[in-house]
Design a protein around this ligand. Structure first.
Ligand code: ACO
Length: 436
């Protein structure tokens, strides 16, 4: 780990003993200092307790910075707004993976490097036949991405930088193909092979929508919108799925297995599954008149329901991605000639009412990236079950960048949290005939 200069120390004394320890504070480039508690157990014999890791930095990273109070998201220092407006997904991928925006030659080399790997081993096609047609495409993603390590043995040595580079290219390039095929399989259409002459997002839309029987032209405005949606989902610091990838990778597992673990973690409705859940929720609410009763239900702790697409562990202000997503939503609907989208109207009204409601104000609950993404994706003809898949396609770039950073950190150790044990104390085995 690169340790920054300590700005100070904290001394902890264990009450009732003469034991104490001095905890060093480590400064990042920006953001709060962190207390280095690694000697706490050896000095005091105690662990820290932080379920959900709300106050724990598990690694140091140079990739992404979030200021949740101010609603700021930076990738390698660049604000997300500028990247979404001026960059492309593959350029952002280069930035996340390699630390800098590419120059013209590097950009071409990187794009060619990724796009050269878009095809998957032909035997992977037959894996799809093993899934039910009505399988959720995220289930297919978990299986097929995990299986990549069975096909690409020549890039599995994680200690070899060239293997790491090729694995990163393979993952970024093949995940859209695997995703589009999961969709094609579910609707019984022929798989479309990737086209390397197209842009990254353009090729994904092509594989999703084209059929071999006729030519298909991807609308450039929709391709640009998809590219931007991918930029917005590319990385987000140490969230649940990224932490899953890092934890899996800390054991030395190969990158394909680690990304499959990340996909599984992303699937949950509290994380990447929220975009799908937002649309289901809007469909359930149905009309503007039902917004208030729905919010009353959400506020009732016994209902266990939540306003999907609202709230975030880190953002206690607007998620900057949600603002860009809302603007993109209007652009896409405009391009598609959708003047009045009842779902968008409902979402806008739901957002307006929630943002003026004391419950949401007091808890600092704002729309997150998922609130508007589903509406755009639906308008673009992407089926609801593919929303989280699309998130996984884009986030693969962040996952593999974070994995690479971890593997290249000489101080990296296996991730191994501790616990507060609250079970039975030690006791003797009871033979079957003596149990009540
Ligand atoms: N609707 C209603 N109440 C909420 C919501 C919500 N969406 N989110 C949080 N709250 C309430 C909680 O009930 C809690 O209230 P309390 O203090 O009275 O008990 C308080 O706000 C704090 O909530 P926590 O659950 O402690 O917040 P946490 O940081 O653990 O959860 C999460 C963050 C999971 C994102 C949560 O806000 C949520 O479930 N949101 C809906 C799902 C969603 O949109 N997920 C996408 C996240 S972004 C992403 O992954 C891309």
């Amino acid at each position: 780990m690169t340790e920054q200069a300590a700005t100070g120390t904290v001394t902890i004394t264990l009450d009732g003993t003469n034991k104490s320890t001095t905890i060093k504070l480590i400064d990042g480039t920006i953001g709060p200092s962190v207390a280095d508690i690694r000697k706490l157990y050896s000095d005091l014999g105690i662990f820290t307790y932080d379920p959900g890791y709300g106050g724990t930095a598990a690694c140091d990273s140079k990739i992404t910075y979030i200021d949740g109070d101010e609603g700021i998201l930076l990738h390698r220092g660049y604000p997300i707004e500028q990247l979404a407006e001026q960059s492309t997904f593959l350029e952002v991928a280069h930035l996340l993976l390699n630390g800098e925006l590419p120059n013209a030659a590097e950009k071409k080399e990187f794009e060619d490097g990724v796009m050269r790997h878009t095809m998957v081993h032909e035997q992977i096609r037959s894996m799809y036949q093993g899934f039910r047609r009505d399988a959720h495409p995220m289930a297919v993603m978990c299986g097929v991405v995990g299986a990549l390590s069975a096909f690409y043995h020549d890039s599995l040595d994680i200690t070899n930088p060239d293997h790491r580079r090729i694995s990163a290219f393979r993952l970024i390039a093949k995940v859209p193909t695997i995703a589009a095929w999961a969709y094609k399989y579910s609707i019984g259409q022929p798989f479309m092979y990737p086209r390397n002459d197209l842009g990254y997002a353009e090729n994904f839309l092509y594989m999703m929508n084209a059929v071999p029987a006729e030519p298909y032209h991807v609308n450039p405005i929709l391709a640009r919108a998809m590219d931007r949606i991918m930029i917005l989902h590319a990385d987000h610091e140490q969230n649940a799925s990224t932490s899953t990838v890092r934890l899996s990778g800390s054991t030395g597992a190969n990158p394909f297995a680690c990304i499959a673990a990340g996909i599984a973690s992303l699937w949950g409705p509290a994380h990447g599954g929220a975009n799908e859940a937002v649309l289901k929720m809007l469909a359930e609410i149905g009309t503007v008149e039902n917004v208030k009763p729905f919010l009353d239900q959400v506020k009732d702790k016994n209902s266990h329901s939540r306003l999907m697409g609202f709230g975030h562990r880190v953002y206690k202000n607007f998620d900057p991605r949600a603002k860009i997503m809302a603007a993109t939503c209007h652009e896409v609907l405009g391009e598609l000639g959708i003047k009045n989208d009842p779902m968008l109207d409902l979402a806008i009204e739901l957002e307006r009412i929630a943002l003026s409601d004391d419950y949401f104000i007091a808890r600092k609950l704002y729309p997150n990236v998922d609130f508007y993404s589903g509406i755009i994706l639906k308008a673009m003809g992407i089926p609801t079950s593919m929303f989280t898949v699309l998130f996984a396609v884009a986030r693969t770039v962040g996952w593999i960048s974070q994995w690479k950073e971890m593997i290249e950190d000489p101080s990296q150790r296996i991730g191994r949290p501790r616990q507060v044990y609250t079970g039975a104390p030690q006791r003797d085995f009871v033979p079957l005939d003596k149990r009540g």
